[in-house]
Write a protein that binds this ligand. Structure first.
Ligand SMILES: C[S@@+](CC[C@H](N)C(=O)[O-])C[C@H]1O[C@@H](n2cnc3c(N)ncnc32)[C@H](O)[C@@H]1O
Length: 390
């Protein structure tokens, strides 16, 4: 069957040169050169001949569809790609296929696992299941629900129904939003250099370009506007700070006076927190509170010893640029009171709170303290002249 598939693929490619999209793997601007070390030059080599035949035929069928339905099937196809390639392994303890990116990186698999892509019921990432996931998402959008603290779900009544606007854009330029128009910014910026999203995401580009969902110009390189740092380069921290400053300045510009800016962050070596703090201070984003939130609870597959499970959530207000000074040296900072308090609380609840979790929340606390100290000094400075006048 493998040999037949390989033969059929050769015949189809000869008859239709565009049967598979061009898929060179970009070499420039990478954090991780594993794919090249494994010997790959093109993403198409990450699929067996049988998988290539299946994907090419499926893509042709999707191209016969139109409008929203075609787009929905293309997105299901993209999901389907991660479970139908030669970097899929078998997760013995879970007794199921472990898809590409289950460890958020490319990983060589000595004995790849191939699923039957057309299984209708069981099977992680079969095409029928990938389509069903899109159907569930679509249903959830039409009748949104949210979990309650008691463990049930309740319907969410969307007050502003019809007024949403969703776009893919560069956070450093949100010119479509007016000054002082936003009450709450919720965001999840890149964690300095932790995960190379642009590199991983590029795996999908050849097919998404073929479906017309993104521009073909994306094939040659990673997005120029991406903010994550290439940590090996000597100016990584400066470049990250400059990019995050541009993004935070835009966020600050669109915020109403009493707005809140809330984001989640994790970085272990302190450089990422230092860079972030500088960008915030320069933009007038003032951190006022931090607490940990369990992030990677369901993804044990990619846990490493030094993994952070509890993201630091940072709540900020909008203020004047440079109204606080970012602490210059967070690296090597001792564990703080807040991290000890949370560590006790979390461990008492029977959950893990590692050294890394403690370090991360300590960095967050250090910047909240720095901003608080500055605002107290500011308040004293305002009081004094009044006393003098009395
Ligand atoms: C920590 S991840 C957020 C992941 C997201 N919360 C999720 O669950 O998919 C940071 C994200 O920021 C994106 N990013 C990087 N530079 C950006 C930019 N200039 N504008 C907008 N997003 C950017 C990355 O591609 C990545 O998806």
């Amino acid at each position: 069957m493998f040999a037949d598939a390989a033969k059929a693929l050769v015949a189809l490619r000869a008859a239709k040169p565009a049967f598979l999209p061009p898929s060179p793997i970009p070499r420039e601007g990478r954090l991780d050169d594993r794919l090249f070390k494994y010997g790959y030059q093109n993403y198409s080599e990450l699929f067996s001949a049988r998988q290539q035949l299946h994907l090419g035929l499926l893509a042709e069928a999707i191209e016969c569809l139109e409008g929203d339905v075609r787009e929905a099937f293309s997105i299901a196809f993209s999901d389907h790609l991660t479970t139908n390639n030669l970097l899929c392994g078998y997760a013995g303890d879970w007794r199921r296929l472990s898809p590409l990116f289950s460890i958020r990186a490319f990983r060589h698999i000595a004995r790849p696992v191939e699923i039957n892509p057309w299984l209708r019921k069981n099977g992680r990432g079969t095409f029928p299941n990938a389509v069903r996931a899109i159907q569930r998402a679509s249903k959830a959008l039409l009748a949104p629900q949210e979990p309650t603290r008691a463990g049930a779900v309740r319907p969410v009544h969307d007050q502003a129904s019809g007024s949403w606007d969703m776009r893919r854009a560069d956070a450093q330029n949100i010119a479509h939003l007016a000054d002082a128009s936003i009450g709450l910014v919720l965001t999840d910026p890149p964690y300095f250099d932790y995960i190379s999203y642009s590199e991983l995401g590029h795996f999908f580009v050849p097919w998404m370009a073929r479906f017309g969902l993104i521009d073909k110009s994306c094939l040659a390189s990673f997005p120029a506007d991406q903010l994550a740092a290439i940590s090996k380069s000597p100016d990584a921290a400066e470049r990250f700070t400059a990019g995050m400053t541009r993004a935070f300045k835009e966020i600050r510009r669109v915020c109403k006076e009493d707005a809140r800016i809330v984001f989640t962050y994790q970085n272990l070596d302190g450089r990422g927190w230092e860079a972030l703090a500088k960008a915030m201070a320069e933009s007038g984003v003032i951190p006022i509170k931090t607490f940990p939130l369990l992030g990677d609870c369901g993804t044990r597959l990619h846990r490493r010893e030094r993994s952070i499970s509890w993201d630091a959530i940072v709540v900020c207000k909008a203020g004047a640029a440079n109204s606080w000074i970012a602490p210059p040296d967070l690296v090597g900072q001792a564990t703080t009171t807040l991290s000890r308090t949370w560590s006790k609380k979390v461990l008492a609840a029977g959950l893990d709170f590692s050294e890394s979790d403690a370090t991360n929340i300590s960095f967050a606390e250090a910047i909240v303290i720095a901003a608080g100290t500055a605002s107290k000094q500011g308040a004293t400075a305002q009081v004094r002249p009044r006393r003098a006048a009395q």
